[in-house]
Design a protein around this ligand. Sequence first.
Ligand code: SF4
Length: 222
Amino acid sequence: MGVQSEAKRYAGKVVRRLGRAYPDATCSLDFGNPLELLVATILSAQCTDQRVNVVTKKLFAKYPSAADYARAPARQLERDIQSTGFFRNKAKSIRACCEALAGDHQGEVPRDIEVLVGLPGVGRKTANVVLGTAYGIASGVVVDTHVARISRRLGLSSEKSAEKIERDLMEQVPRKEWIALSHRMIQHGRRVCTARRPACDGCPLESVCPRMGVERNDSRDH
Ligand code: SF4
């Protein structure tokens, strides 16, 4: 068996085990339409999803359309999202992105990754979240800090940059698994394979995982 198919076989095992462990894993950001998910994802940088959900409850009612964000005075929008942190940059991104949506896309969030990443403030991660979760389009694999860490520990990638890790995952995992895989890895990263203390004892991947970069005493019971 070639190196490539060996890697795919291993990735298949990981995907199946994560699927059994987290069958219902989904996005933990609240949203009612693609625009809301786009805004929530921008706000979620360096912030917990719970905090974002508290803020967006009022925000979505106040700004129902892309044009509403585009028209909002900068200071006002900054105040509305302040508690998510980095609010100046986030407000700037949301306004610039919504200006482009309102001006060039009839206020709709495009369904195309190339178009999406061309919007101000939207990177591949945000674009993949929106396309995968709001539209069900498998454009790539969302690589956040959890997915990056777990991919390395599992030996699915030895890369550091999110883009290269994503490329490795896309090569090894079939497209139909991409959307669910991100959600499942994120849940696994929050519950079991945490940054500081991965709970390897009892982890559903324990018997296949090479634990790359994990010190034995990192995985104490907790
Ligand atoms: S065995 Fe340990 S390092 Fe590997 S995925 Fe599980 S918790 Fe993470």
